[in-house]
Design a binder for this molecule. Structure first.
Ligand code: FAD
Length: 414
C-alpha cells in the first residue's frame, strides 16, 4: 500500500487509550492550577497527574524498544501528543520535554550509559524528569555559530577524570520537582574553548543530585502555566569523564538531531490545541443564538470560519503524520517535512484559535471558556523548540541553498 493514513489496529488501540486517559486524568489540570498564584505552586499541583502518566506506562511506552521501552517510533508519539494536548498542554509538555531530555541518550549513549541513565524512566513509579538543557539567557538561536559569534556559553573543563561544568540555562524543565535539578540533565556545553562549534560542543549527562545546581527563578509564562520554565546556574557541577554522550565535541549533531523529531511533533501539538478549540467553537455555534432567531452556525460567516479552521486542522495533522513517518523511515526529505510541520502547525494553531475566538465572540475573552487558555498555550509553538524566525525558517533556507537539494525529496518522489 503506497499511501495509507489509516492507523494499524494497535495504533488505534493506543489512540483510544491515550484519549481515555487524557479525559480521565488530565481533564482536571486546568481547574486544579487556575487559581494558584505562582509557577511553582501550579507545577507542583500537576505532580499527581504526571505520576499517573508514568504509572499507566505512557512514558515507557514512548521510549523506543531498543532501549527497553515499548515505543515503535514518532507516529506513536504523534498519536499521544494530539490526544493529550487536546485536553491539557501542561502535563503533556512535561512528558514530551522529558522524552526530549532522553533523546541524546537514545542517539549517542553507549549501551552502558543507556542502561544506567534510562532505568528510572523505564520504571512505572515516581515522577522522573529529564531535560535537554540547551537554551541560555541571552539566546540560543546561534548556539552553534562560529566566531566571532559567542554561541553556547556554558563550559565544561576537564579536571583529572571529571568534567567541571559552569554556566546558565533557561526555559527547559531542568529544575526538577524540588528545584534541585531534574533526575537527568543533558547539558549542552562548550568542552573546547578554542575549537570551532563542529568540534567544540558536547552533551554531558548530569544525573541528580548535581552539586552546584542553583535555581534562580521559575518564569511566569504566558501559556503552559503549569509547566516549569526555570532559569538556573550550574556552578562547578562535577561529573565523571564518561558522562559525555558520544564523543567530546560531537554535541552539535546530537542537539540538532534531537530537535528534528520534536519539530515534527510541535505541529501535532498545534493540532491538539486546534482540535480542542474547534470542538468547543462548533458546539457553541450549534447551540448559541446570541439573541438572534437561529443558531449562529447558520450564519454563513460563522460556518465558513469553522470550515476554514477544520481544513487547516486536518492539513496540519496529515503534515505532522507525514513528518513523523518520514522520520521513522529515515526518508531523505525527513528534515524538510519536519520543519514544514513545525512552522505550519505552530502558526496555524495561533491563527485558527484566534479565528475561532471570533466565532464565539466576546464570551471567548472570559477564562471560564477554554479558548483564551488554548491561545495562550498555542502562542509558544512558533517560539520554542527553535523559534520559527530565528531557527526553523533559517534551517529551511539552508536546505534550499544546499548543494544537491531535491525539491521532490520531501514528497518522496525525487
Ligand atoms: C515552555 C518552553 C519549553 C522549552 N523547552 C526547552 C527545552 O526542553 N530545552 C531547551 O534547550 N530549550 C527549551 N526552551 C527554550 C526555547 O526552545 C528556545 O530558547 C527558543 O526556541 C530559542 O529560539 P529563538 O529563535 O527565540 O532564540 P533567540 O536566540 O532568543 O532569538 C531571538 C530572536 O532573535 C532573532 N534571531 C536570532 N538569531 C537569528 C538569526 N541567526 N537569524 C535570524 N533571526 C535571528 C529572531 O527574531 C529570534 O526570534 C523552552 C521554552 C519554553 C517557553
Amino acid at each position: 500500500m503506497a499511501i495509507d493514513f489509516s492507523l494499524s489496529a494497535s495504533q488505534r488501540k493506543f489512540q483510544l487509550e491515550c484519549r481515555a486517559f487524557a479525559q480521565a486524568e488530565l481533564g482536571g489540570v486546568a481547574a486544579a492550577v487556575r487559581d494558584l498564584p505562582t509557577p511553582a505552586a501550579r507545577f507542583q499541583a500537576t505532580r499527581p497527574m504526571y505520576e499517573a502518566v508514568v504509572r499507566e506506562g505512557f512514558l515507557r511506552r514512548l521510549i523506543p524498544q531498543p532501549f527497553g521501552g515499548e515505543g515503535t517510533g514518532l507516529i506513536d508519539m504523534a498519536i499521544l501528543t494530539e490526544e493529550f494536548y487536546a485536553v491539557d498542554a501542561n502535563v503533556s509538555l512535561t512528558l514530551l520535554a522529558t522524552l526530549l531530555g532522553l533523546m541524546p541518550v537514545f542517539l549517542a549513549g553507549s549501551p552502558a550509559q543507556q542502561r544506567e541513565l534510562l532505568a528510572p524512566f523505564l520504571a512505572t513509579t515516581g515522577a522522573p524528569l529529564a531535560s535537554l538543557a540547551n537554551s541560555e539567557p541571552g539566546g540560543s538561536a546561534n548556539y552553534a555559530a562560529p566566531a566571532p559569534a559567542v554561541g553556547v556559553r556554558t563550559t565544561a573543563r576537564l579536571d583529572g577524570d571529571e568534567w567541571v561544568i559552569n554556566g546558565h540555562k533557561k526555559w527547559m524543565n531542568g529544575a526538577g520537582w524540588d528545584g534541585q535539578g531534574a533526575d537527568l540533565l543533558c547539558v549542552v556545553c562548550r568542552s573546547d574553548p578554542t575549537a570551532p562549534p563542529a568540534q567544540a560542543i558536547s552533551v554531558i549527562a548530569v544525573p541528580k543530585p548535581a552539586q552546584g545546581f542553583e535555581l534562580q527563578r521559575l518564569i511566569d509564562t504566558v501559556g503552559n502555566r503549569a509547566h516549569p520554565a526555570p532559569e538556573f546556574a550550574l556552578k562547578n557541577v562535577r561529573v565523571p569523564y564518561d558522562h559525555v554522550l558520544g564523543t567530546p565535541g560531537a554535541g552539535r549533531g546530537i542537539v540538532d538531531a534531537s530537535f528534528t523529531g520534536t519539530a515534527a511533533l510541535v505541529g501535532i501539538m498545534g493540532v491538539g490545541l486546534m482540535r480542542a478549540a474547534f470542538d468547543f467553537a462548533l458546539q457553541f455555534a450549534k447551540t448559541e443564538r446570541r439573541g438572534g432567531a437561529r443558531p449562529i452556525l447558520e450564519h454563513q460567516a460563522v460556518g465558513y470560519a469553522l470550515a476554514d479552521a477544520k481544513t487547516t486542522l486536518e492539513a496540519a495533522r496529515y503534515l505532522g503524520w507525514k513528518a513523523c513517518h518520514a522520520m521513522d523511515a529515515q526518508s531523505p526529505g525527513a528534515l524538510e517535512v519536519a520543519l514544514h510541520s513545525k512552522i505550519f502547525g505552530s502558526e496555524a494553531a495561533v491563527r485558527v484559535i484566534t479565528s475561532l475566538m471570533s466565532v464565539v465572540g466576546i464570551d471567548s475573552y472570559d477564562h471560564e471558556l477554554p479558548l483564551g487558555g488554548l491561545l495562550q498555550d498555542a502562542l509558544v509553538l512558533p517560539l520554542f523548540d527553535g523559534g520559527n524566525m530565528g531557527v526553523r525558517r533559517r534551517q529551511l533556507h539552508e536546505l534550499l541553498m544546499s548543494e544537491g537539494y531535491q525539491t521532490l525529496d520531501a514528497s518522496g518522489a525525487a
